[in-house]
Design a binder for this molecule. Structure first.
Ligand SMILES: [Zn+2]
Ligand SMILES: [Zn+2]
Length: 872
């Protein structure tokens, strides 16, 4: 056994740490987790190297070995090292991000039943309910539920006990006081993935009913073959006419239950409860993991209600994996020639087993998703693996359900709403080699699938792929590197590719696959640009909505077609201004004007979340002349309500969508025709496929063009093109009314003409002149501190170093106050670093962080953002 190991510990330091390996421990392995002492703490780290080189200091021993087989495969370790190197990120923090197994020392309390408790339980059973129902019935019910749960003598963790019985802390306290239950300290290294929670349906059924239950998915869904898929709410509409989920699920449940309601006639179930009951009824042992239940798009509280009613039982099981018993299904798409050609190229690249990056550039509605799904099926058929990355907003419960229907047990879905335990469970399933298909947001790029053949990045231009905290990696770029390391194919898909990607595709680095037309020859929507300066001159009114847009909305509503209106600003009023002193009300933590939210009747900071009551007088000078100015989506919704009182209007933004279920609810209401008009921020622009939307209005969404950000034009072009792409996806052609104060700006003009090529060429010329990506690399270095003097002094130290150090081919701008000089209570100064040579930029940044450390600038206060997307 080697004497030492170097461990990557999750701390903001660009180094690994050497520990000795005591004889009495199991042998650790590279890529496995160990517990080590680190500055008075115990931390879980990853072994980066095993060796016999005696360090100069006395190495502390590791405390515990958690994995004797690598948790991170050699391939993933290599990827982690690359990320640490490329993004100048601490290796320990990188590896922690890649491995969602939250092993840590945690205080865990467990409970077991005592002799006295068993007696009490027996007594209660014989006495019956008459005596118990007198005082505090719910409290007592809970006590007996807890005792029942513990009756078989095992020790149950507090969290599990409380979720399965609904008991409050008070109830547990009472039981301890009565000595009916004992408490045990289970504190240990908590390894989140040892157990999973399983829900089981408890029902009494008439004899014979069981025989009707068919174990697997039915034939009915296959009988309705899938037609062509539009690129859809990323995946949602793999089918068009009949959404896959509905057909398959409906048939599935009818087979299983004979469409009978819950058999206990005295219990009425609401739709959500019925969904869970129906689902469980057709599962093996009538049981499913909570993770699987969560794909049903039913609120969490529904399950708790069923547990309380005694219809569903929850328990913990060892994390062996519950299979649904379903088989992946073959999809039949009617492809356009372009789709077919793209698919064939992807499959051929996969078969070559060498690194091949591709850009799938397809206009909105051209059926990219169908190509992805078919390519993934082809990979699966060969027994190999594929990863599909989707933007945050794309992974709704319905999409997840569709994926389960298509790929059955072969798919693992990783979305941001998973708890740590659920994430760990999915990760273990993947690591065990049981799933060959992984679909998820950014971090799914680290999924430990076997024999990775294909990585797909849907909407590759989407900003949510960039992580805005350490490690600040770009999921798309890591995907390309991962494919390279596994000799796989990688497909970046978008209607509006980023400049970087399109540049690579037109300079021979990536293969370019194009879908130039919408499926079924549907036309792209006609875009009408309204000059709002002209509108003001004619009406002398500072209106938010132009007369043209109002007219068009009225027409659609009359024809019972659906409308979307984009206003990319949250809240009611964007700022509160005092007419007396001229000040806006600013956040106390950030140098940013606060936004008025009417529903909450509060001002909210969109950067740190700080809230305060809406002021009647100026907080600075007490003047009563405070004005609420600027229009956000909330106010626009109000205005539309009063303009079209008969219309059913909903809003989609981060204030109305708190969880995945909210998004799902609004989208299915829109799909089902229960909403006439949807107002929202950029959330409405992202991939939703609603056939009856025939008009898209764009309001005040060109403000970004005046931001001091070299990506402003690109972002505006992308947003406008994407939102325009929501119109006319069904039988009726769509129309877009685009209001702007910059009608001559090329981003507006090319978006109106659906001319990506034209936009790219113009934008590329500008980037080339200015030495911006893709012609140079840009990194942002932010020095931050809660003390202004520190932030100033440290940025001064680095500024001096940059001046004195000869950095060949590296240009440094700054230090300058960041665009938001104070953010989340920290003062911020920054440097913009540009270079045509990535290696030289990387070397400069590395030397700078070393100098910073030598000058006692804490590593955590020096943020290095390589390939920065946000320069705020
Ligand atoms: Zn004032
Ligand atoms: Zn703030």
């Amino acid at each position: 056994m080697p004497a030492y190991c170097d461990v990557a510990v999750p701390v903001p330091l660009d180094a690994t740490f050497t520990y000795s390996i005591p004889e009495n421990l199991a042998e650790p392995c590279v890529g496995g987790r160990v517990i080590v002492p680190f500055r008075e703490k115990r931390l879980s780290g990853i072994v980066a190297e095993l060796h016999d080189r005696k360090p100069e200091f006395k190495a502390k021993p590791i405390l515990q070995v958690l994995d004797t087989a690598p948790a991170l495969t050699p391939e993933l370790m290599q990827l982690g090292r690359w990320i640490a190197q490329y993004y100048i990120a601490p290796i320990g923090e990188v590896l922690r991000t890649m491995l969602p197994l939250a092993a840590e020392f945690r205080r865990v309390i467990g409970y077991s039943i005592t002799e006295k408790g068993i007696e009490a339980l027996h007594e209660a059973a014989t006495v019956g309910s008459s005596r118990r129902s007198q005082k505090e019935p719910e409290h007592q019910m809970q006590e007996y539920r807890v005792l029942n749960r513990l009756a078989d003598g095992e020790v149950v963790r507090e969290a599990a006990l409380r979720t399965s019985t609904g008991a409050t802390r008070d109830v547990l306290k009472t039981l301890l006081r009565k000595k009916w239950m004992a408490r045990e300290d289970l504190s240990d290294v908590r390894d989140a993935s040892r157990t999973v929670q399983v829900a089981t349906l408890i029902e009494t059924e008439p004899a014979g009913a069981k025989a009707q239950i068919s174990p697997a998915c039915d034939g009915a869904a296959e009988a309705a073959p899938l037609r062509n898929a539009t690129e859809a709410a990323p995946l949602r509409n793999a089918t068009e006419a009949a959404p896959l989920r509905n057909t398959a699920e409906a048939a599935h449940f009818q087979n299983g239950t004979g469409a009978a309601p819950f058999r206990n006639a005295s219990i009425r179930l609401n739709a959500n409860q019925q969904t869970i009951v129906d689902y469980l009824r057709v599962q093996p042992d009538k049981s499913a993991t909570l993770e699987n239940l969560r794909t049903l798009a039913v609120p969490r509280t529904t399950l708790q209600t069923l547990v309380k009613r005694g219809m569903v039982e929850l328990r913990e099981e060892p994390a062996g994996f519950r299979m649904s018993g379903m088989k992946p299904r073959k999809l039949e798409f009617l492809f356009t020639p372009a789709q077919k050609a793209a698919l064939e190229t992807i499959i051929a690249s996969v078969d070559e087993r060498r690194f091949q990056p591709m850009l799938l550039h397809g206009v909105t509605g051209s059926g990219k998703t169908a190509v992805y799904l078919s390519a993934m099926q082809a990979v699966l058929a060969k027994g190999r693996s594929a990863i599909l990355l989707v933007p945050e907003i794309g992974l709704t419960p319905a999409v997840a359900a569709d994926l389960h229907q298509i790929f059955a047990d072969e798919v693992a879905i990783l979305h941001s709403a998973l708890s740590d335990d659920e994430r760990a469970e999915q990760w273990k399933r993947i690591r065990s080699g049981d799933c060959h298909i992984v679909v998820g947001t950014r971090s799914a790029v680290f999924a430990p699938v076997p024999d990775l053949a294909l990585v797909i990045v849907d909407e590759e231009h989407d900003q949510s792929y960039k992580q805005e905290e350490t490690p600040r990696y770009h999921g798309r770029d890591v995907a390309v590197m991962r494919a390279k390391m596994s000799n796989g194919a990688v497909v970046l898909g978008s209607a509006t590719p980023s400049l970087e990607t399109y540049y690579n595709a037109t300079h021979g680095k990536y293969k370019l696959l194009e879908l130039p037309e919408r499926i079924e020859k549907r036309p792209l929507p006609e875009v009408e640009v309204i000059d709002m300066r002209d509108e003001f001159q004619r009406t002398h009114k500072d209106a938010i909505l132009s007369r043209r847009l109002l007219e068009e909305i009225g027409e659609r509503l009359e024809r019972r077609e659906q409308v979307m209106v984009l206003l990319n600003r949250r809240g009611y009023s964007s700022f509160v201004l005092c007419r007396s002193c001229g000040e806006t009300v600013q956040c106390k933590n950030c140098a940013i004007a606060m936004t008025y939210h009417k529903r909450e009747h509060r001002l909210i900071c969109h950067y740190c979340g700080y809230m305060r009551p809406a002021p009647k007088t100026c907080p600075k000078c007490n003047s009563e002349y405070v004005q609420y100015l600027g229009t956000g989506a909330e106010k626009l919704e109000d205005m539309l309500h009063s303009l079209y009182p008969q219309a059913r209007i909903a809003r989609l933004d981060r204030d109305t969508v708190r969880g995945r279920d909210d998004l799902e609810r609004v989208l299915s209401a829109l799909q089902g025709g229960d909403i006439d008009l949807l107002v929202g921020t950029q959330m409405i622009a992202k991939g939703h496929d609603i056939p009856n939307v025939t008009l898209v209005g764009v309001v005040g969404s060109d403000a970004a063009l005046s931001f001091p950000d070299f990506r402003a034009a690109e972002r505006t072009f992308q947003l406008l093109t994407q939102v325009a792409g929501r119109a006319g996806r069904g039988e009726t052609p769509g129309r877009v009314v685009l209001q702007t104060f910059f009608p001559d700006h090329y981003a507006i003009q090319f978006a109106a003409a659906h001319d990506y090529q034209g936009f790219y060429e113009k934008e590329a010329r500008f980037r080339s002149w200015m030495h911006y990506p893709p012609f140079a690399s840009v990194s942002n270095v932010v020095v931050r501190s809660s003390k202004l003097e520190e932030a100033l002094a440290w940025s001064g130290i680095l500024g001096k170093w940059f001046q004195e150090t000869r950095l060949p081919e590296v240009r440094v701008l700054g230090p300058a106050a960041a665009a938001i000089v104070r953010l989340k209570t920290e003062y911020r100064y920054h440097f913009l670093i540009k270079s045509k040579s990535r290696e030289k930029m990387n070397a400069a940044l590395r030397a700078m962080t070393e100098h910073g450390l030598a000058q006692k600038i804490p590593r955590g206060n020096l943020v290095v953002d390589v390939d920065a997307l946000s320069l705020l």
